[in-house]
Design a protein around this ligand. Structure first.
Ligand code: SF4
Length: 234
């Protein structure tokens, strides 16, 4: 029986997908983003093993809170690193009428991931920067990867919420928002764009792990910045 490595759970999440959600933070990530607030999910040898049935039984305990929109969200880390296991979790959730949502950087697209997307009701796709150079420098892959992923989601008509963490000096510009607008114009699967402010509460995790937080000197967005950028979204 396939098992997955899980970092932690959040039972009543309200920011990772529609409605109230049971959020599963999975262990493992193929990228190393400078802004990462969960570096403790990177190491695949950490976390705890669960079967898909064990995850389902946890989710079912919160079913009454989900209403029409809520359900399960797989986040991380990068859930696509454990796509076979993620498929089993979502398949069981669908059998039980639970809405499924995938929070991903969209940097892996293989047959296993494609299968996972057949049981995915929504993707929260993080587009981190608008240019390839920043992707290589601050993420660890090319911008082409999430764009190929997005194109596939569009072909398969999987609803997408586009998300971006706004990082002062790196992507807090109108130009950046116009790039997101361009994507939502091009791909009809995108029905929402969300901007999230860069935060530094993760500093303590980096300190505990005794590794450098690459964005330690970057400030959080100044007051009013998020409103200003949100107004540019169309
Ligand atoms: S993809 Fe997510 S978990 Fe992985 S390094 Fe980037 S921010 Fe962190």
């Amino acid at each position: 029986m396939i098992k997955g490595r899980i970092h932690s759970f959040q039972s009543l999440g309200t920011v990772d997908g529609p409605g109230i959600r049971f959020v599963v933070f999975m262990q493992g990530c193929n990228l190393r983003c400078g802004c990462c607030h969960n570096p403790d999910t990177w190491d695949m040898t950490q976390g705890k093993e669960y079967t898909a049935e064990e995850i389902l039984s946890k989710v079912l305990r919160f079913r009454e809170y989900f209403g029409e929109k809520g359900g399960i969200t797989l986040s991380g880390g990068e859930p696509l690193v454990q796509s076979d296991f993620a498929y089993e979790v979502f398949r069981l959730c669908h059998e039980n009428g639970i809405n499924t949502c995938l929070d991903t950087s969209g940097s892996i697209l293989n047959d296993s991931v494609k299968k996972l997307l057949t049981v995915t009701d929504r993707v929260l796709l993080d587009i981190k920067y608008a240019d390839d150079e920043s992707y290589h420098k601050y993420v660890g892959c090319s911008l082409e990867k999430p764009l190929e992923f997005l194109s596939y989601l569009n072909e398969q008509s999987v609803p997408v919420t586009l998300r971006q963490v706004i990082i002062p000096t790196l992507n807090d510009t109108a130009k950046n928002i116009f790039f997101l607008n361009k994507l939502s114009k091009k791909y009809s699967c995108i029905d929402k764009t969300e901007l999230l402010p860069f935060r530094k509460i993760c500093q303590v995790k980096y300190d505990e792990m005794k590794i450098d937080f690459p964005f330690r000197d970057i400030p959080v967005p100044i007051k009013g910045k998020m409103d200003e950028l949100n107004k540019l979204i169309n």
